[in-house]
Design a protein around this ligand. Sequence first.
Ligand code: CMX
Length: 470
Amino acid sequence: MFALTSVPRVALRASAPAKQWAAASQSIRHASTLKEAVAEAIPKKQERLKALKAKHSNTSLGDIKLDNLLGGMRGLKVMLWEGSVLDAERGIAFHGKSIPDCEKELPSAKDLGLKGKEMLPESMLWLLLTGEVPTADQVRGLSAELASKGKLPSYVEKIIDSFPKTLHPMTQFAAATAALNHDSAFSAAYTKGIKKAEYWSPTFDDSIDLIAKLPAVAARIYYNVHGKGDGKQAIDPNLDLIGNFSNMLGYGDSVGMTDFLRLYIAIHGDHEGGNVSAHTSHLVGSALSDPFLSYSAALLGLAGPLHGLANQEVLVWFKGMQESIGQEASDQQIEKYLEDTLASGRVVPGYGHAVLRQPDPRFSALSRFYEQTPELRDQPLVKMVQQVSKIAPVVLGRSNKIKNPFPNVDAASGAGLTAYGMTEMNFYTVVFGVSRALGALPNLVMARALGLPIERPKSMSIEALEKSLK
Ligand code: CMX
């Protein structure tokens, strides 16, 4: 087991001057495995948190209004989450790096000599866990590690194969993910009485194991429900995580689809901590449930139509629109269809956001991919996504209650999958679920490394509110 005591001294110093920080970060770039890099990053985080606590334990981060309590806790700063921060205007930043920064800096398929050019989700995982941009060699090593751990135990294959084809793929995904906890390193270590300071290490092992296996779980479900791919989990040790995922799904011959999946999965990985899936994994993990159970719960949250399932809902909505006004609809017809959706009391899926107040940079990244890819640019659904994204903000903007009329990532993501032949929309949230583990699981590792306690906010009854607000 990897103990913190093996961390080089330079990384352990609390107030190391800038040169030493640079040396520490240099050593992370030389770490041969992600676990070594994480072990080096953790003591710095621990010291920074200790310093904050020592100085600011009683400093206020804002007050709580009744609106916060009744309004889904919007805007309350009540969680520690290291991987990414979401700014209402600028969108997501992963350890300070925007999506375009990541596209420039993170090792891509091309950098690893693979077919394609998009950044690799492994690179994003490394960044999310360590705060560092990995080298191509480090990513290559991580890909190989994930490939070596990617095969499912036969009992999980049997569980998946026993599900009725009519059971929603997200329910199957969450159930199979929970079942993987049979072999949890964290659970086994906890039962043996592992020390609190070491919790992060088996949590890390489980997290890598799960990230490695999620593509095989997803592909088996895809095969059983939709008959595509071969369901056989032939994992090539020389391929990246998504190269293997694409093969298992049956799209491996399409460089375009494989590269699209890489981009899709890299940018859906983390969206700070307060969204339903991320927060759920954090909450469940805070009870020391292992990463398989915590992430299974996250998937069940992702399966809600106001969250991840919106990518399925968008396609359902588009299909309804095409049936109603045709594929070559005019701007006026689309405007009327949007107005009718609002008038019927339904939401327009793929639009709006609880935090963002500008178009989602993830939507922009996918749009850019479509514009730069000749085989996608003129696909009817892709064209319609772009057309609606210009009209919907005007229509939604007329409502005085909708705070963000702009497209979010779900408005665009299904169109690319459809264009490449994955037309089975009830599988789209599963693809999102393969991705969200890149952010949720590193947070579990960090939460344990930083010794964060069980979550237990205070709830209030109407009577208690009446009394305290008198
Ligand atoms: N269509 C219609 N009405 C919308 C809307 C939309 N796209 N977005 C917000 N509204 C409505 C809300 O339902 C709410 O109405 P009520 O007051 O009647 O309940 C009102 O506008 C105010 O909502 P808000 O403060 O602007 O947004 P919220 O923070 O409450 O909700 C979200 C955010 C994403 C749930 C909401 O915008 C929505 O339902 N969008 C459509 C579903 C969707 O795309 N979800 C995916 C989000 C990204 C993700 O998690 O994957």
